[in-house]
Design a protein around this ligand. Structure first.
Ligand code: GCU
Length: 588
């Protein structure tokens, strides 16, 4: 179940946790190594090979790789342990019917969770929030929570074993306990705005509000009320099932769009027999994305995307996963400095804080499930991860005003089972968020002086509402000289550049036609941007990538374990090409 947090008070479990790096996967298989039992070797008459109270400590949230040197390239099983006190009143309230959930905001990769020695969950749904209910009978005054994070790269996973970013493992996002009333609103998302009329004051719109409640049994009568006070809007309906879709008709609103990130406070209240049992507050925005031929329209106006592409890696010479909201804001500030109106959050789902920030700043967002390069589509485990990730990602993002499109893949090709597996993702996207365009990023061969995505058959192409093209003219192929007259073919669907660029290691200079220096990086950008200007009907472009990022695929002397295609270096120092992009965006 996706447990949305909204404005709920939670008990944060962030901070220092006991940690043990189990590179052989030897623990948890027999008594002497059953970390989750939390036994004390000093008090046991049989040898125990672990002691959670003597483990080193590590910070949560955070990847383990950048916290201690010996964990830098560790890709095994990380055991986390934390002892938790629950007060008498807390346990009593759960015994009386309140609910208690353990929520992991995001892990890389697989996770097994034990509560007081009992296995309560096993999941393979990376980078997305996971919640597990704790029953009253499982609660004691002193409890032991043990979480094993499995960060191995594996063939059946998405991504599989080889990918161009760093495998930061662990509890990379927050951990919390969430108390809920017996019946509560698990998730709510406003979506599917339809503009009925545009006028001076804004627009008249219709829309949908999907609300999922938990615990509401037939025994009582439940009602759901939506109020948007700034619009003097109120609607109250009888609840007939766990999931309800409220129709909102004829609202007079100011639309949300870049440069005008208009948000409204919405309150949802759940009543049982006329009594309030739960209530949440959300910020919602009204915008409509449409596809008209090869154009993308935002609020009925043609949209040109000025993109900034990311990895979820914080600024600083060590890199690592963002540890707090400031880390996230620093990264998003770069897009605003560039004059960008769109963020490509590549290649996996990011922490929910990114979406809330982009709602408030008026930045459109592309979110993406990590179906990247080679995938074992026919493997049932892979299909499950694809479907679960697609479902959860859209449950998380569909209610955010900033969402432009949901991406199902990056640079994948025809392999057995691809269509069937990707149909699972497509159906999840459309079933949960019918009005948001589906997309993916494709490569295209450079032939006869141009790039044409539609020159290659892709069984998933029919699912695309909007198409992304990754091309590296001047860097991988073709050489810079051939870019001067090159072009990009816009086929039957809206197309925009989701990646282009070149490496520019900081503090290097040299001839434009010689790779691996800041001058040639700039020259390639100038040629690329000129090509985009020549391309009729292109819907925008996105440099790859805003910041140099760690990747063990990058081993030459210029790279030293970093992909150096950033517009800024790991610490955020701007390269000359940053200004090139900023100016190009300012002209649009
Ligand atoms: C690919 C891929 C990126 C990668 C980039 C590069 O297009 O999508 O993940 O980092 O190329 O080669 O730098």
């Amino acid at each position: 179940m996706y447990l949305q947090i909204n404005n709920r008070k939670c008990r944060s479990l962030n901070g220092q946790w006991g940690f043990f790096a189990d590179n052989m996967g030897a623990f948890g298989l027999k008594r002497s190594r059953n970390v989750f039992e939390g036994l004390n070797p000093c008090e046991d008459d049989r040898a125990l090979e672990y002691d959670v109270d003597a483990f080193d400590t590590i910070s949560v949230p955070g990847d383990w790789n950048t916290q201690q040197k010996e964990y830098f390239l560790f890709e095994g099983f990380g055991w986390y342990a934390k002892r938790l006190e629950l007060s008498e009143s807390e346990r009593e309230s759960i015994a009386k019917g309140e609910r208690l959930f353990l929520r992991l905001d995001g892990v890389n990769y697989g996770v097994d969770v034990w509560w007081n020695g009992e296995l309560i969950a096993s999941e393979e749904c990376p980078f997305l929030p996971l919640s597990f209910e704790l029953k009253s009978e499982q609660l004691q005054s002193s409890n032991l929570l043990v979480i094993r994070v499995d960060a191995r790269r594996m063939e059946h996973r998405i991504p599989a074993e080889r990918y161009d970013w760093f495998n930061y493992g662990g509890l990379i996002r927050g951990v919390r306990l969430v108390r809920m009333p017996t019946q509560f609103i698990a998730q709510a998302a406003y979506h599917s705005t339809e503009i009925i009329e545009l006028n001076e004051a804004g627009a008249v719109v219709n829309g949908k509000y999907t609300v999922v409640c938990d615990g509401a049994s037939e025994a009582s009568s439940f009602e759901l009320e939506l109020s948007i006070s700034e619009l003097a809007y109120q609607q109250r309906i009888d609840l007939s099932s766990t999931e309800t879709v409220l129709s909102l008709d004829g609202l007079k609103v100011r639309l949300w769009e870049p440069g005008q990130p208009q948000l409204y406070a919405a309150q949802l209240t759940l009543y049982r027999d006329g009594q309030i049992v739960d209530s949440i507050d959300q910020k919602i925005g009204f915008k409509q994305i449409e596809v008209d031929g090869t154009q993308v329209l935002l609020n009925r106006k043609p949209l040109y995307l000025k993109g900034t592409a990311y990895h979820e890696e914080r600024l600083g010479k060590e890199g690592g996963k963002p540890r707090n909201l400031d880390d996230v804001r620093e990264l998003i500030d770069l897009a605003e400095e560039l004059g960008s109106n769109f963020l490509r959050l590549a290649h996996y789902p990011y922490d929910e804080s990114w979406l809330a920030e982009c709602d408030a700043r008026g930045l459109l967002v592309w979110d993406e499930i990590p179906v990247y390069w080679e995938i074992t589509y026919e493997d049932a485990r892979t299909q499950k991860i694809i479907q679960d990730s697609a479902t959860r990602m859209v449950e998380v993002s569909r209610g955010h005003a900033c969402i432009l499109c949901h991406a199902m893949a990056n640079e994948t090709w025809e392999l057995p089972g691809r269509k069937e597996a990707m149909t699972l993702a497509y159906k999840a996207f459309k079933q949960l968020d019918p009005s948001t365009p589906v997309t993916a990023a494709f490569n295209a061969p450079f032939r006869d002086g141009c790039y044409d995505v539609e020159s290659v058959d892709h069984s998933i192409y029919e699912y695309m509402d909007v198409v992304g093209l990754n091309e590296y003219g001047g860097w991988y192929n073709p050489p810079l000289a051939e870019l001067k007259n090159a072009n990009v073919i816009v086929g039957s669907k809206p197309l925009f550049i989701t990646e282009f660029g070149a490496a520019g290691p900081m503090d290097t200079s040299g001839p434009d036609d010689k790779l691996w220096n800041l001058d040639s990086q700039k020259a390639i950008y100038e040629s690329q941007i000129a090509m985009f200007e020549r391309c009729e009907g292109l819907s925008g472009f996105t440099p790859w990538v805003v910041k140099d990022f760690r990747s063990t695929l990058r081993a030459n002397g210029f790279q030293k374990g970093w992909n150096r295609k950033g517009l800024v270096d790991p610490e955020g120092n701007k390269k000359p090409v940053f200004e090139t992009v900023r100016q190009a965006f300012s002209q649009r």
